[in-house]
Design a protein around this ligand. Sequence first.
Ligand code: HEM
Length: 499
Amino acid sequence: LYQLLPRDPSLPPVVFHWIPWFGSAAQYGQDPVEFFASCREKYGNVFTFVLLGKRVTVTLGPKGNDFVFGGKHTVVAAEEVYSSLTTPVFGSDVVYDCPNEVLMEQKKFVKVSLTTDKFREYIGMVDDEVTQYMDNEPPFRVFQTGSTTEWGSFSVYKTLAEMTILTASRTLQGKEIRDSMSKGFADLYHDLDHGFTPLHWMFTNLPLPSYWKRDDAQRKMTDFYLGIMNKRREGNPDDYDDVMSSLMRQTYRDGRSVPDHEIAHMMIALLMAGQHTSSSSTSWVLLHLADRPDIAELLYQEQVEHFGISGGDFREMTYEDMKDLPILDAVIRETLRMHSPIHSIMRYVRSDIPIPSSLAAPSEDNVYVVPKGYTVLASPAHSQLDPLLWKDANVWDPNRWLDKVGFAAQARKEYDESSQVDFGFGLVSKGTGSPYLPFGAGRHRCIGEQFAMLQIGAIVSTMVRKVETRFEGPFPKPDYTSMMVTPLQPCDILYRRRK
Ligand code: HEM
């Protein structure tokens, strides 16, 4: 009844809910994109919903993205929202457990080692890891028998999670971590990961085993990295040229060198930030290719034309090659449009903030104000699937990126205006007001984008060269109950070794 009483007209409309504190948690948690779409029909582009005691104001569309991504960090801040999830997992003094200016420096430190030269080295390593995996691991049984007619199957998310952590550890994490994968590091990772869920985000400390295991794994993993640093210092640290060694050489603007525990925690943050995002994206790419063998065939032909050598073999991929594969690029781009692993981008409101009337307004001479203490939320996952912006928004059609006819006129205009429209590998929009922002925008923009594009591209290329795939049954729905949007399990792909 309270919700039906007249309310302050400067506050955005509140989504109707039956249970006061719980609010719309169930609808939001089950399918946020669908929830936002149905709320937009009733309330427009700006509305507030209650989520476990918090008031969350959603701003939809490209202008809504701009409002949240482009907001000043003194007014809308990420750390108050994310820190309860990330600090127990990453550790102290990094990412959201430090002032935003420090995070900006930390991101720069990491970027120093995400260079084109490093990517040139990484590409072969990813190819090698995937090849070894397919040659030796049980789901790819057919590779052991050598059969090109027999069909096998693999669990797509499980397999891609394993390939992702192996390729990321071989490249970004460094030799010692890759070598320790089969010696306990993978178990620590799993315990830590089980503490990286919406439950752990909403309730920071419950008396449950997953919380104790998370904290224990965090301590052990930190010690693991500290041990590696100490060992490197006993020898010649200059012998190493990877992310960790680069972090060991950095200093903050105030002259402080980066303390070892911060380096360890940054390494954990990178591991966690890249794992589910990349593995779920690659899983969706493979699922769509298995569902559309015609497009998989085009992708295979692109590989043959670009890399094929006599005897039916392929020459090695280089990083430069990756920029010249339009079909692969369109396939990944389109998959990220439909399956952004992060569906909600949130910021805490530090002081009252007016909503631009071009986004939404209660009347011509009035504006909405989001009060201090609220959370604001943008959802590129929603704008990327908005039928007002995209032609056949729910159809996976890589072609739209090749000829751009699949954009509805408004999306195309807004995308062009706010983006660097360059279909070269790894470039996506830079502006905060774009309808397409799978890697975010503004000061919290992803630093792993180019690495992720390389990793996904190289894994998919290597797999597509080796196997034909098929998918039987209804296409899997997204599972929104974990931290990232993954395909609903169980979910197996059929494969057959190529001749
Ligand atoms: C930030 C997406 C891979 C490291 C972000 C954000 C998004 C995103 C949407 C912005 C979050 C926000 O504004 O609140 C993705 C996707 C990936 C991916 C879709 C793969 C397909 C990676 C990888 C790494 C990484 C591989 C590490 C190597 C980071 C970091 C941030 C970030 C450090 C910055 C957080 C901040 O400044 O608040 N990512 N990411 N990401 N990502 Fe990624």
